[in-house]
Design a protein around this ligand. Sequence first.
Ligand code: UDX
Length: 475
Amino acid sequence: MAEKPELIRPHAIVIPLPFQGHINPLVDLAINLASRGFTITFVNTHFVHHLLSKTHSDANDHHTDMFSEARQSGLDIRYATVSDGFPLDYDRDRNVFEFWEYLLEQFIFHVDELVGNLVKSCDLLAYRLLLITDTFNSWHAKIAKKYNMVDVSFWTEPALVFALEYHLELLRKNGHYPPPEEKKEDAITYVPGVDPIGTKDLMSFLQEKEITVVHRFVFQAYEQIGNADFILLNTVQELEPKTVQALNQILPTYAIGPVNFSARDIKISKALVQQTECTEWLQSKPPASVLYVSFGSLVQTTKQVIEEIAHGLLLADINFIWVVRKNMVTDSDAADVLPSGFEQTVKEKGLIVPWCDQEAVLSHPGIGAFLTHCGWNSVLESMWHGVPMICYPFLYDQPTNRKLVVDDWKIGINLCDGEAVARHEVAGKIKMLMCGQFGEVSKKVSTLLRNSLGDGGSSCMYLEQFMEDMRAKIL
Ligand code: UDX
């Protein structure tokens, strides 16, 4: 009989939600854990793998998987893929609700088969298995239990959003969810660890009456969260002290963010679409003279909104880089997203790209501000590089993230104060932010984030605590 080895190594099977904003932070976390002695098996869907291969392979570089470089650096990172239930040519954007429905109810069967096979091939005397997955993958508890794995839930958004979703019953009891018939501006004052928050700052789905698949994702995630052995939050204690502390009292939470920067020595190409190189263009611009505009990977809007922003940029007469995705507008053709003649009018002042290396752009000294949809990764990346924000949230957690950026941390302003976006207001807000008003405080927040990951910093300590508690559990 094989001898039990002296040291049992943690082997984590890491499974993100198959969306760019959820894959990115989990890739960085996986690298970080691998550099601390974990064996990792990172799992992408066949479709995500297909996009990565299409984007990153060229004549000289035969793409195998996104971690080949990390392996060359000596990290034990393996790679696997799983079906999301649909053929590669199925249009996941156009059929978004059907796709999400499947992820919510059926994806578990594909994961179960894959994890079962991985478990069979793993030397269970040498390794203890962990399942690290997105909190929204509510099947984590079933799978972890079935295969006797340590269940680690990874939360990609701020602690504030976690707390509001976790305490949804309180919102129901107090008549704030579902939203009352008569919309009223009300402050929510009773959620543990949460400062008074207006109903307009709740996540978009809590402001909607109709129950959609998005709601069911949230409800199921929080039905299961109590089963997780560990919950890793992609936030920083100093940013959300009361909320983090209140969560710590009721759940095994660890504020280890921003994980996006904890694996900096190894650069992994995570883009699911071809990116345009912006550095050379940025080099030709004076310091802090360029506005970076991006609404992340999922937001879709109307042609009218895009037009108002486009005209606002022209009126502000500034340099800008604008990420305009083909599928960004719902009421027009992909070829017709921007107003006609816009690109010719802006000439060398504006660079319009379908996707870019956002981190490289935000870290460039040419960038003066970021017009953002307030996706949580974008917020963290902007803060890390000390770039102030103009906030234009659309949906999900974005309105709540806006509240943190503008009202609490004061490192940004709103794009529009009324309901609708209007070109003159857009121009005015851009000019206001580009004059350097928030420079000092943004730099302070950048330092706070960097310190949190440094030796003795809060996120570093939480990660060490997680390692210790995890080892105690697996030995
Ligand atoms: C969504 C939600 O909006 C977000 O709040 C949640 O935390 C994750 O899921 P998304 O809308 O895509 O994400 O926004 P965001 O969180 O900002 O993530 C986008 C990621 O894509 C960022 O890491 C950003 O650096 C990257 N990106 C974006 C690029 O690399 N290039 C681009 O051109 C645009």
